[in-house]
Design a protein around this ligand. Sequence first.
Ligand code: GUN
Length: 282
Amino acid sequence: MTASIISGKEVAASLRNEMKQEVNELKDLITPGLAVILVGDNPASRSYVKGKEKASAEVGIHSELTEMPADISEHSLLTKVEEYNQNPAIHGILVQLPLPDHISEKKVIEQISPEKDVDGFHPINIGRMMTGQDAFLPCTPFGILQMLKYKNIETEGKHAVVIGRSNIVGKPIGQLLLNENATVTYCHSRTNDLQNYTLQADIIIAATGKAEFITKDHVKEGAVVIDVGMNRKEDGKLCGDVAFEEVQEKASYLTPVPGGVGPMTITMLLYNTLQSAKAFIK
Ligand code: GUN
């Protein structure tokens, strides 16, 4: 079998197009506003933030960036977040992670109003997601669900194996797939005999952070394989957590890196910001 490629670029473009129209239809009522706070000078963070600004502009979302030096105090950052909590032109607040060591990420995330937490990282939104209530869903897992839906990939009754247990990807994607009636197994770096689990999977979510770690020997014929990885090889090329060429020979669907899950993350951030703005319309 040769896998069909799920292009995140294509799914993202389709969703962004729909959002652009909706933003335009709402223009007399509200302009969605996204505030991004970048602390320090991490080049990867800066490049993500640039991508967010560009994508916001594309769909007509107002975005503003606050840059703060790496030695800013935790108090100053919390104050800035609070300003945005109170700002009626802002409906989504994103503090780019990671933060410098002297600042508590937990405190900063909890400072963001849950009604503007478009990353879906606030414990209130995580609790809402866990209990199946309306919530801002974390953007990468939410984007993965949209890719599965776009291709009409059935999740009900399927065995999904998630490899990775981060708060941002692994844990929430398992929960979302469970909400979609999949049977979910979590594996991680300490799992013994990983293949024993992955070979039973109808859907594999690879979020290990290890370049090309998932090979054809981990994959059952016909499985759907979603690659959340973003790694750089020694030759400088980007690659995922999945050995793309060989897994493509066995999977039914496979996401590429780059151009797979990546473009969906920003798209769902815009989606969450738009939903938030709509909830603020009086
Ligand atoms: N750093 C890497 N990914 C993300 C993300 O999705 N949100 C935030 N706030 N920081 C990140």
